[in-house]
Design a protein around this ligand. Structure first.
Ligand code: IPE
Ligand code: IPE
Ligand code: MG
Length: 233
């Protein structure tokens, strides 16, 4: 079985999972968060090197104040304790997205976590928070414009490599496999540039019930595919 180097996940269906159990949406997020921790160990065990999860989109601010606040509380708890334990297991953690739009204390927790795990050589774990692909591209273009205005960059310098390097995912390779749970088949503004040649896998399972068996199924499906990049084999 050929294991993808980089797996990205749109963790969807926390709310629907909670509803199916007669629980408040918030409990779906609690269970979804626990599942992230479990999946990190499983991904590592299966030989995945990069694991990226979509935790909060730039559009998710449109949810009720109560839900946004529950999600931020949960995030604080993971950044300040749960993921600290993860970082002790040689996992490198990086956050992608516009962190300047997050509360100051969350920004500090992110900086600490990134700094303390930066030399870790195990699983490379990316969390997308306040992330939107269009926003990421706009931020990159603005910083590019500033470089041009300052006379440090010319139009000839702008190549695909330059763009890739200046997105939030900088030196992280593009995902090989994208998984979206809970039946939806859209990207919801996730990694538009980076997913150009990624294989997609959709499952009806809600994120809190997506387990090792499900991940293995996704990888099995991936490993049967004939990957192409526009070439003819
Ligand atoms: C995914 O679950 C988690 C986040 C977007 C934060 P949802 O909250 O989108 O769950 P559904 O799609 O409403 O079931
Ligand atoms: C995408 O899920 C964002 C995350 C998983 C964080 P959503 O549930 O927000 O996406 P839509 O609204 O169904 O497209
Ligand atoms: Mg959803």
């Amino acid at each position: 079985m050929s294991v993808p180097n980089h797996v990205a996940v749109i963790m969807d269906g926390n709310g629907r999972w909670a509803k199916s159990k007669g629980l408040p949406r918030k409990m779906g997020h609690v269970q979804g968060g626990k599942n992230v921790e479990d999946m990190l160990y499983i991904a590592d065990e299966l030989g995945i090197k990069y694991f990226t999860v979509y935790a909060f989109s730039t559009e998710n601010w449109k949810r009720s104040e109560e839900e946004v606040s529950a999600l931020m509380t949960l995030l604080r708890s993971y950044l300040s304790s749960g993921f600290k334990k993860t970082a002790k297991n040689n996992v490198r953690i990086r956050i992608i997205g516009d962190r300047t739009g997050l509360a100051k204390d969350i920004q500090e927790l992110i900086n600490d976590l990134e700094e303390s795990s930066k030399d870790n050589t195990g699983l490379q774990f990316q969390i997308a928070i306040n992330y939107g692909s269009r926003d990421e591209i706009v931020r990159m273009m603005r910083s590019m414009a500033l470089e041009i205005e300052a006379g440090n960059l010319s139009s000839d310098d702008i190549t695909e490599e330059y763009v890739s390097k200046h997105l939030d995912t900088g030196d992280i390779p593009d995902p090989d496999l994208l998984i979206r749970t809970s039946g939806e088949q859209r990207l919801s503004n996730f990694l538009l540039w980076q997913l150009a040649y990624t294989e997609f896998y959709f499952t009806d399972k809600h994120w809190p019930e997506f387990d090792k068996e499900e991940l293995v199924k996704a990888i099995e499906s991936y490993s049967k595919r004939d990957r192409r990049f526009g070439d003819a084999k």
